[in-house]
Design a binder for this molecule. Structure first.
Ligand SMILES: [Zn+2]
Ligand SMILES: [Zn+2]
Length: 167
C-alpha cells in the first residue's frame, strides 16, 4: 500500500533537525523514528498506536519516550494533536489548514482540506486565526456498505412479502 511506504529518512532529516533546533530540542533517533512513523501512515494514530509502530523498528523505545517525542514534535509544529470528544488524542503530521472527517462507523479519521476562509459567518469583530473543524458521518466505504446492506434488507423484505402473498 502506498501509505505504508517508508519515507526516506534523508528527506526528513534536514527539516526535522532544523525544527527541533529552533525550539531548543535535541535531535534524537527516537524523535526521528516517531516522526517517520507519523509521516509513513497518515491515519491519525493515537500515542499507543505510534508506540506499537515505532517499536517494530526500535524495540527498545518506551511509551514514555514516545509521549516525549510526540510532545516535542507538536511543540515544534511538525505534528498536531487531534482530539475527539472522549476519544484518545490522535496525532496528525499534516500542518496545512484542514478539518477532520470522523467516520462514526469505522472510526477512521480523514483529512479534509479547508480553503483559507471556510464559509463560516463569524459575528462582527471576531477574528479567526485557525479553524478546528470536525465533521461526522460516513466515509465512502462505509456509506457504500450501508447502502448495500439496506438494499439487501429491502430485497429480503420484498421476498418475504412475495412469499406471504403466494401462500
Ligand atoms: Zn468508515
Ligand atoms: Zn489531520
Amino acid at each position: 500500500m502506498d501509505t505504508m511506504r517508508r519515507v526516506a529518512p534523508t528527506l526528513l532529516d534536514p527539516r526535522l533537525h532544523e525544527r527541533l533546533a529552533t525550539r531548543g530540542f535535541r535531535f534524537t533517533p527516537q524523535r526521528e523514528q516517531v516522526y517517520v512513523v507519523l509521516q509513513r501512515k497518515r491515519d491519525h494514530p493515537t500515542a499507543e498506536e505510534v508506540f506499537i509502530r515505532a517499536k517494530r523498528e526500535m524495540p527498545d523505545i518506551s511509551m514514555a519516550t514516545v509521549y516525549n517525542c510526540l510532545d516535542a514534535l507538536v511543540e515544534c509544529g511538525l505534528a498536531r494533536q487531534v482530539t475527539l470528544e472522549r476519544g484518545a488524542t490522535r496525532f496528525c503530521p499534516n500542518m496545512r489548514e484542514h478539518g477532520h472527517f470522523y467516520c462514526d462507523r469505522c472510526r477512521n479519521v480523514f483529512d479534509v482540506s479547508l480553503s483559507a476562509a471556510p464559509g463560516i459567518a463569524l459575528p462582527k469583530g471576531y477574528l479567526a486565526e485557525r479553524y478546528d473543524i470536525a465533521i461526522h458521518g460516513r466515509c465512502p466505504a462505509c456509506a457504500n456498505a450501508e447502502r448495500n446492506g439496506a438494499k439487501r434488507r429491502m430485497n429480503q423484505m420484498g421476498e418475504v412479502r412475495f412469499r406471504q402473498s403466494v401462500i
